[in-house]
Design a protein around this ligand. Structure first.
Ligand code: RFL
Ligand code: PHB
Length: 393
């Protein structure tokens, strides 16, 4: 058995785990990151694209801001397309100068992995059967298998950054864990395609045929989504059908914005809202998707993971610097307060922009009224903009 001793054992090399390891390293705190998948898989997983300023600042603190500054696309506003009319929500004007940055999660992950390795960090891929032990003592441990060999990591604290399907959340006893969940009756069919974006900001479209989102990753790659049934079979959606459906869900005057190109990724994402409380048990701390999921309509998932990591890294740094446990004791409550606000916003955006089906006619009319109100009231638009650019940490 290979035994390693470290200060913080981190499960998962997604954005949460990698960013935490990197921020701790900058403060002289050691960590070991254990990841189930291989490096190519982790670096290739296509997901989020919109970064709040707070996330961008944190990536700078972590020393991975250079390529983001060069290649990230600053978006000063977003568009809503409703009933054949496109309205701009001017984020910068409404929030006193704040904006978001479009930069793929794949790129964030690649930058963080490269930074971990160049700092000599202990980041291990292909760890099978990671198991959590003794979190109610002050000597918690992680064990796992790598090929034929068994390993143990002894640490002071464990950070569960292992996403929605990881083992960390399950380590909380049922008597302690509270789960809040809403599953939506639709998903998103997303594509990545080799085509230049023709518009400079994202378009969120509410349409009787269902929601559509015009997004992008760079000046040569577009990212688009359409609302679909949750059990959509991709076989039923050849590329031509997707382009046509996207076109139909944009306002007629905007249909020329859709430039087709080779589709190189296609997937269906189910939509749910989910929160697990508390985010701490003994010396185990949950962060990111391990503790909460939002529907992607508000672009909040990755940004929430970054928020958790901000609080957790500060709490750990304060503990090691001053033996101060206040941050660790308050972590769950502090993180959850922000999580629930983003849950509210993501649920609200989702409810307002999607088609819930013919049996929901009353709700549909209320959503139309809500959108009409939002798009005609500076006060309502300001609230939307303030949440979209991200509430402060
Ligand atoms: P991740 O990224 O899921 O990483 C968890 C890591 O843990 C590993 N793991 C394990 N490792 C060891 N042992 C085990 N037993 C393990 N089990 C799992 C996994 O392999 C993985 O590497 O969670 P993290 O770090 O909390 O990050 C969360 C974000 O990835 C997620 O919230 C966002 O992608 C959500 N999201 C978006 N967020 C935004 O902020 N803006 C967006 O525009 C946005 N768009 C999206 C999204 C998510 C989407 N999908 C596919 C869910 C668009 C989509 C379509
Ligand atoms: C994306 O580009 O993947 C994206 C953008 C905005 C969202 C969700 C996803 O709200």
């Amino acid at each position: 058995m290979g035994v390693t001793r470290t200060q913080v054992g981190i499960i998962g090399a997604g954005p949460a785990g990698l960013l935490l390891a990197q921020l701790l390293d900058k403060a002289g705190i050691s960590s070991v990151v254990l990841e189930r998948r291989d490096r190519a898989y982790v670096e290739g997983r296509i997901r989020a694209g919109v970064l709040e300023q707070g996330t961008v600042d944190l990536l700078h603190q972590a020393g991975v801001g250079a390529r983001l500054d060069r290649e990230g696309l600053i978006h000063k506003g977003i568009y809503f397309s409703v009933q054949d009319r496109r309205t701009q929500i001017d984020l910068e004007d409404l929030t006193g100068g704040k904006h978001v940055v479009v930069y793929g999660q794949t790129e964030v992950t690649k930058d963080l992995i490269a930074a971990r390795f160049s700092a000599g960090g202990d980041l291990r891929f292909d760890c099978e059967g990671v198991a959590i032990h003794d979190v109610e003592t002050d000597r918690p441990r992680l064990t796992y298998q790598s090929g034929e060999e068994r390993h143990e990591v002894q640490c002071d604290f464990i950070a569960g950054c292992d996403g929605f399907h990881g083992p960390s959340r399950e380590a909380l006893p049922a008597s302690v864990l509270n789960v809040y969940e809403r599953v939506y009756p639709f998903g998103w069919l997303g594509i990545l395609a080799e085509a230049p974006p023709v518009v400079d900001e994202l378009i969120y479209s509410r349409h009787p045929r269902g929601f559509a989102l015009y997004s992008m990753r760079s000046m040569s790659v577009v990212r688009h989504y359409i609302q679909c049934v949750p059990d959509t079979d991709l076989e039923d959606w050849p590329d031509d059908r997707i382009w046509e459906e996207l076109r139909l869900r944009l306002a007629p005057e905007d249909q020329h914005l859709l430039k087709t190109g080779r589709v190189f990724e296609k997937s269906v994402t189910p939509m749910r809202s989910f929160v697990a409380e508390p985010m701490r048990f003994g010396r185990l701390f949950l962060a990111g998707d391990a503790a909460h999921i939002v529907p992607p309509t508000g672009a909040k998932g990755l940004n929430l993971a970054a928020g958790d990591v901000h609080y957790l890294s500060r709490a750990l740094i304060s503990f090691y610097a001053n033996n101060d446990v206040a941050g660790l004791d308050g972590y769950s409550q502090t993180a959850l307060a922000r999580v629930w606000k983003a849950q509210r916003f993501s649920w609200w955006m989702t409810s307002m922009l999607h088609n819930f089906g013919p049996s929901q006619d009353f709700d549909a009319r209320v959503c139309e009224a809500e959108l009409a109100y939002v798009l005609s009231s500076r006060a309502a638009m300001t609230s939307l903009a303030e949440n979209y650019v991200g509430l402060p940490f």
